[in-house]
Design a protein around this ligand. Structure first.
Ligand code: CA
Length: 636
């Protein structure tokens, strides 16, 4: 096995790798511990073939430095690293700007990229993590549909377009506002490698990082000019903020697109990655390699990168891919530093790995390690109990499999603990992400369609709505995949990462086709956000304010109290049959039944005496004695 390099103290204490621009000039600094010498290659354009090479000065411990006059601003650069074997041209992994296809970094003053009003724009007020309502969205999918009504199809700028519609119904950012979500989670917008930025039809989700601190160029209107993508991403974020929506970025620090030829590995061979005992790259990501997060400089790179996005782009949260590939200490440090800089930041991730890893299991950031860190984990147990496995024929609660009922109940209680001893992995609602589908695997509609091919469309729609209604009436971060509010389908595609617009686009025609479903979800979101019933976070609070009811087989029922001791009764019927349920005594408004969520309900529903309510098959029923006018007040 190769000896692993160590980063000396001087390197760990360096905070200005990459380009630094001051009033007096430009400084470029790199750590290349195996280099005999290093040069900076200067290019006038991002796609230039001609270069001018300038030697860097070795300043000890493998660090090379170059000072240039300010006239070099807005030029492009790479490093030419000479080792014992050969010369390599390397793109600066610390770059904050780049030309097309990550081929050259750019010397840039980020202040020049700020749109008008950037520093003073209105940022949404804080939302508690467990009250967040996250909408997972791919930049290109949002607007690529010919019927999207947006002009900048597939681009960051589509988010800046107001008053767009199809068939008289809102699309684009107006739709997001109408739906009432608190956060948009953008699939990767850091620079990724899998597509040619100059090919307008190229499509990928982007889970193949190249330059971690540069925005992806294919979503900009001009990938050739390094300023443009930065300014346009800032315009996208500013538009979302001004619509009252917070922005979460999907970050993939667990691996890089390239392995032995990657920028990191050319600069410091072996240091940035984990290796197996035979010296090959450990592949816990399933994508060819995994970053060695436990090494000091890797940990520092990740934390500095997160802080950079937080400060420079004013984002509101991060989603972490394959978090079990991170060592626990690194995640603890990430949580500490990010909360110190933004107390209301929203952090969550996947508590699993992709493939086999050399990282010992005890060091992996898996379920239970999140305790006390204000980081939420995707709750796959809950997801599977609701809808079965990801892509197979396994059924779930919403399709009539009532044997998973107790797991659904546990998920509703944020996977904390149920009376009777059933215990989950979390201690607080802020530690779980409740969801039934995300970009990976079958979208919810296609999953239901696969498991229940002979059910009627009406029944399948009920199952779909029931699944989302369970998420929206549970404790924890509520997470919905874009388009599922109007029954998104990917025509059965299980892994559409490169399947193009036709499969992946948000199909805006569906909003008018399934407007009832959309309205149901929208109103349920409003009820969740403003009724005060879903504010409970700690296990003890949930225990004190939520009680599960005695219900017939296949039905989950629970009563929630809010701060004012208003009562809310939620019923979920996982069977296909209409069933009677005897409710606790009281007088309630009927908020949700099989047809709609009615926030103006004035019909009192009395449950005095022996008379039960009847709940239709595969539906949710919600009753409350809360004065619904108080919700109206929030909306006006
Ligand atoms: Ca790219």
């Amino acid at each position: 096995m190769k000896q692993i390099l160590k980063a000396p103290k001087s390197v760990l204490e360096t905070n200005d790798f990459g380009v630094t621009i001051s009033e007096t000039g430009v400084q470029i600094k790199v750590w290349a511990p195996c280099a005999i010498r290093a040069r900076v290659a200067i290019y006038n354009e991002g796609d230039d073939l001609f270069r001018n090479e300038i030697p860097m000065e070795s300043i000890g411990d493998g660090i090379f430095n170059l000072n240039l006059p300010l006239s070099y601003k807005n030029k492009y650069y790479t490093y030419i690293i000479t080792s014992a074997e050969t010369d390599y041209e390397v793109v600066d992994p610390y770059a904050v700007a780049a030309g097309p296809n990550s081929e050259k970094a750019m010397i840039i003053d980020l202040e020049d990229t700020n749109p008008t009003g950037w520093h003073s724009h209105d940022q949404p007020h804080a939302v508690k993590a467990h009250e967040a309502l996250v909408y997972e969205l791919h930049v290109r999918d949002f607007s690529s549909d010919p019927n999207s009504g947006m002009y900048n199809k597939g681009k960051y700028l589509a988010f800046t377009e107001k008053n767009t519609s199809f068939n008289g119904l809102k699309t684009g950012i107006d739709h997001l506002k109408e739906l009432g979500i608190t956060h948009v989670h953008l699939l990767p917008v850091y620079d990724f490698s899998s597509i040619d930025e100059l090919d307008a039809s190229a499509y990928n989700w982007g889970y193949d990082p190249e330059l971690f601190n540069v925005p992806e160029g294919s979503y900009s209107t001009n990938p050739l000019e390094g300023h443009v993508r930065i300014q346009e991403l800032k315009l996208c974020i500013m538009a979302l903020h001004e619509a009252g929506i917070r922005v979460v970025l999907d970050m993939v620090y667990n691996h890089t697109y390239a392995s032995s030829h990657s920028n990191f590995n050319r600069l410091a061979p072996g240091y940035f990655y984990r290796h197996t005992s035979d010296g090959s790259f450990s592949n816990g990501s399933g994508c060819g390699n995994e970053l060695a997060t436990e090494r000091s400089l890797v940990r520092k790179f990740i934390i500095d990168s997160l802080l950079f996005w937080l400060k420079e782009y004013k984002v509101d949260g991060f989603r972490f891919d394959l978090m079990a590939l991170y060592d626990v200490e690194t995640v603890q440090e990430i949580s500490r530093v990010l909360h110190e800089n933004k107390p209301d930041i929203l952090l969550y991730g996947e508590p699993w790995i992709g493939w086999e890893s050399v990282l010992p299991e005890t060091r992996r950031f898996v379920k239970t390690k999140q305790a006390g860190l204000k980081i939420a984990l995707f709750n796959d147990d809950f997801r599977n109990a609701i809808k079965g496995d990801n892509d197979g024929h396994e059924s779930g609660f919403v399709m009539g499999l009532t044997s998973t009922l107790q797991w659904v109940q546990l998920g509703i209680a944020a996977s904390t603990e149920l009376s009777g001893g059933r215990k989950g992995f979390a201690e607080k609602a802020e530690e779980v992400v409740n969801y039934v589908s995300a970009h990976d695997n079958l979208v919810l509609w296609d999953k239901i369609d696969k498991v229940c091919p002979s059910d009627t469309i009406e029944d399948k729609i009920r199952m779909h709505r029931l699944a989302l209604a369970i998420v929206l009436t549970s404790f924890g971060v509520a997470f919905i995949q874009s388009g599922t509010e109007f029954l998104r389908s990917k025509k059965g595609h299980e892994n559409s990462y490169n399947a193009g617009d036709e499969i992946n686009k948000i199909d805006w025609i569906s909003k008018s086709k399934h407007f009832n479903h959309f309205t149901y979800i929208k109103n349920l979101i409003t009820f969740r956000r403003f009724s005060g019933f879903f504010k409970w976070n700690a296990y003890q609070e949930i225990k004190n304010n939520v009680s599960f009811l005695d219900t017939p087989e296949g039905i989950i029922g629970y009563e929630i109290l809010n701060d004012n001791e208003d009562r809310c009764i939620v019923l979920h019927n996982g069977t296909r049959h209409r069933k009677p349920v005897q409710l606790p005594e009281g007088k309630f408004y009927l908020v949700a039944n099989e047809v709609k969520v009615d926030l103006n309900s004035s019909k009192m529903f009395s449950t005095f005496g022996e008379r039960p309510v009847h709940i239709e098959g595969f539906t949710t029923m919600i009753l409350t004695d809360l004065d619904l006018k108080s919700i109206d007040a929030f909306l006006n």
